[in-house]
Design a protein around this ligand. Sequence first.
Ligand code: ZN
Length: 121
Amino acid sequence: MIATTANRICQKCLEPKPLTEYRRRWSDSDVRMNVCNSCHYASERARRARKKQEAIDRIVTNYIRKWRRGKAFHADFWDCHWKIRKLNRRDQFLDLLTARIGREEALRAYRGQPSEQVRSA
Ligand SMILES: [Zn+2]
């Protein structure tokens, strides 16, 4: 351990690390964060992933609502499909729909057919 480097204990992982492992709070100040860089980046990554997931959930929820009212068209399905691919390239809109409303209903949406739930209601 280098004696000249001041260590600080990270408030998250509780490991002592040199001050250079802590971001400056403002670019022109010596005041540093009390959470180390790796913990900071990990929480930022988690926050971004959470935001992304919320956005995806919102797209799926809104589409289902619109479709059940008979107001979603084939173009809307593909619009949602591409929006979701943009947010997370691994997610397929059809799979997300299937998870929410089941295979039969999801396929009806995919084919641009109205929801059975509306017809029988
Ligand atoms: Zn840490």
